[in-house]
Design a protein around this ligand. Structure first.
Ligand code: PAF
Length: 282
């Protein structure tokens, strides 16, 4: 595995691979890699000739009061994981490589970025879309892999890829969970043992909604109540949103008469967690 920090050097490597007729798989990450990232990397390894992973804690997607400074960073451990998973190129740019002095152009995502996480994190998806577009123009991936835990992020990136005629295929990958259902997230490391126990409430709540849907309930309000009553029993979890949306467009829906998704976000102490589950169709 080779580690590269210069975008220009990486572009030369990926252009050479494309000219040689190779496919390029790309897994963008912010590091603190866990089993969820490993599953994306493994899939990308299996489906492409050249595998590029990026680790970059992107300041543009954090709000001023958010956890940019304390976001977990462990480059030696992440590098070892990438070696084990047979990554070809590990892209580790510095902030000034990505946002040089004078940088002043951002992608403005549309409806997919409104509401849900976009409501409490106003410029978050603008920062995500901007860095993903920049990395796509350096890596030129054939396929790019994203975890479904960040469901709205995938919707924003898929929309951007269509609207801006990007070549990359956006590949959503299933959420990887701990044995008790908690979705893997780099932020789980911030939870105290007690908070870690409380955190199972996210999966319990969205699972209750999926079960209610499976038994034939289609009214979004009633499905929300099924999740809401699970959350009400855990006062240490402060709900930010619990919503049912169209699985493709993320538009709000009142009746599950098409593929839908239940999405949940909230805080335990100072840690913000999200989860979602697809609701089956009739
Ligand atoms: O999902 C993440 O880790 C980040 O939002 C991403 C896609 C790497 C962009 O910084």
């Amino acid at each position: 595995m080779e580690t590269i920090s210069s975008p220009a050097d990486l572009r030369n490597r990926t252009l050479a691979a494309l000219r040689a007729g190779k496919t390029i798989g790309f897994v963008p990450t912010m590091g603190a890699l866990h089993a969820g990232h490993a599953s994306l990397i493994r899939r990308a390894r299996a489906e492409n000739d050249l595998l590029v992973v990026s680790i970059f804690v992107n300041p543009a997607q954090f709000g001023p009061a958010e956890d940019l400074d304390r976001y977990p960073r462990d480059i030696p451990r992440d590098t070892a994981l990438c070696e084990r998973e047979k990554v070809d190129l590990l892209f580790l740019p510095r902030v000034e490589d990505v946002y040089p002095p004078g940088f002043d152009t951002f992608v403005a995502p549309g409806r997919a970025a409104e509401g849900l996480c976009g409501a409490s994190r106003p410029n978050h998806f603008r920062g995500v879309a901007t860095v993903v577009l920049k990395f796509f123009s350096v890596v030129r991936p054939t396929r790019a892999y994203f975890g479904e835990k960040d469901y709205q992020q995938i919707a924003v990136i898929r929309r951007m890829a269509r609207d801006l005629d990007l070549d990359a295929e956006i590949v959503p990958c299933p959420t990887v969970r701990e044995a008790d259902g908690l979705a893997m997230s780099s932020r789980n490391a911030f939870l105290s043992p007690e908070e870690r126990t409380t955190a199972t409430v996210l999966f319990r709540a969205v699972s209750a909604m999926a079960r209610s849907r499976e038994t034939g309930e289609r009214r979004a309000a009633v499905l929300r109540e099924a999740g809401g009553s699970v959350l009400a029993a855990e006062p240490a979890f402060r709900v930010e949103y619990l919503e049912i949306r169209d699985a493709e467009t993320l538009d709000p829906i009142e009746t599950c008469d098409r593929p839908a998704v239940a999405l949940l976000a909230g805080r335990i102490g100072g840690v913000r967690l999200i989860d979602n589950v697809r609701l089956p169709c009739d």
